[in-house]
Design a protein around this ligand. Structure first.
Ligand code: ES4
Ligand code: ZN
Length: 326
């Protein structure tokens, strides 16, 4: 079959992307050498061979471990620059980028180093890559609400660079409600709110993220399909879901890409978007995810176009910016 595939070229926004999850093995070894950090892998091949995950936790263990190579502003600049170049080549025109300040602070790397470093690459992204950007600071849900609150405090000097807050890391057993106060404080500071929910966790976590945290977009949200009333609410309120199909396969949230519920979710009227999550670990960037679902699920060109349009609608761009970006 040799029909034209617009997966790569179609202009798209990426709304679910962890910048630390764009750390490719080659750059990891380069930064390890630059910073005198020893990695427990002989070479990039051995590292890549370790990317066989059982579930979210087995991925997170490797993800947090490899962050040891990220130490200076220059490291974060190089990381973001590499992502933006790859994203541009896959049709990304706008990116709302997650970062995990607590994971770096735990290693003695302050939030200023992270934000200023990423910012160096983001500041030239429109001119260098044609990609507008925003940063979303994520709280680690397997850390305390107090830690999240002090992270929000530490971010105060950098809020002009940060569009919103998110909630990530190990989901099951760490429901959203514990973070009510920090989300209230974030809203009072004018920050937009999203949260991972319904990736491994039950549909109740999605409802809680909406009701207690006031999120305006749900990251993953896959398991909403188990609760028809929740689906009806998400459709009625046009709550966007940032799906990550290749991630779902690698972390075994779905058995196979061919069985991904994306078509059923679109049929239900949900505002779905397709994103890469942690592309260095899960086998592809935004365009790769578009291509993979198109091929595995037989999506029509119209559906591909809908997904691309949804990504701008679901973004935090203002209407005039949105039109320019797509
Ligand atoms: C993540 Cl896929 C996923 N889920 C939750 N937390 C994360 N952090 C980075 N990737
Ligand atoms: Zn994620």
């Amino acid at each position: 079959e040799r029909s034209y595939d617009a997966s790569m070229s179609i202009p798209k926004a990426e709304l679910h992307l962890h910048i630390e999850g764009t750390l490719e093995p080659e750059l990891a070894f380069e930064l390890a050498a630059r910073n005198g950090v020893a990695l427990p892998y002989a070479d990039t091949g051995e590292l890549r061979a370790a990317y066989l995950f059982e579930d979210l936790q087995s991925f997170l263990d490797l993800y947090y471990g490899l962050m040891a190579v990220l130490r200076t502003e220059e490291d974060f600049e190089d990381l973001a620059e590499a992502y933006l170049a790859r994203a541009a080549a896959q049709g990304v025109r706008h990116a709302e980028i997650f970062f995990d300040p607590q994971a770096h602070l735990a290693r003695g790397v302050g939030i200023g180093t992270v934000v200023e470093g990423l910012g160096r690459a983001l500041d030239r992204s429109e001119s260098a890559h044609g990609i507008s950007t925003g940063l979303i600071m994520c709280f680690l849900r397997d850390e305390s609400a107090e830690s999240a609150m002090s992270t929000l405090e530490a971010a105060r000097p950098y809020l002009d660079r940060i569009v919103g807050v998110g909630l990530d890391s190990a989901e099951v057993g760490n429901p959203p409600a514990g973070f009510r106060e920090v989300y209230e404080a974030a809203a009072a500071l004018g920050l937009r709110r999203v949260a991972h929910a319904g990736e491994e966790g039950p549909p109740e976590y999605i409802t809680e993220a909406l009701d207690v945290l006031g999120v305006e977009r749900v990251d993953h949200g896959l398991r909403c399909m188990e609760d028809p009333e929740l689906v009806a609410r998400l459709v009625r309120d046009r709550v966007p879901l940032t799906l990550c199909p290749l991630s779902n396969v690698r972390l075994r949230a779905v058995d196979a890409l061919e069985e991904h519920p994306l078509p059923a979710m679109l049929d239900a009227g949900l505002l779905c978007t397709v994103n890469s999550d942690d592309p260095a670990y899960f086998g592809g960037y935004a365009g790769d995810n578009f291509r993979a679902v198109r091929q595995a699920l037989g999506l029509s060109p119209e559906r591909l176009r809908d997904l691309a349009r949804n990504s701008f609608v679901a973004s935090f761009l203002e209407h005039d910016e949105e039109r320019r970006a797509r």
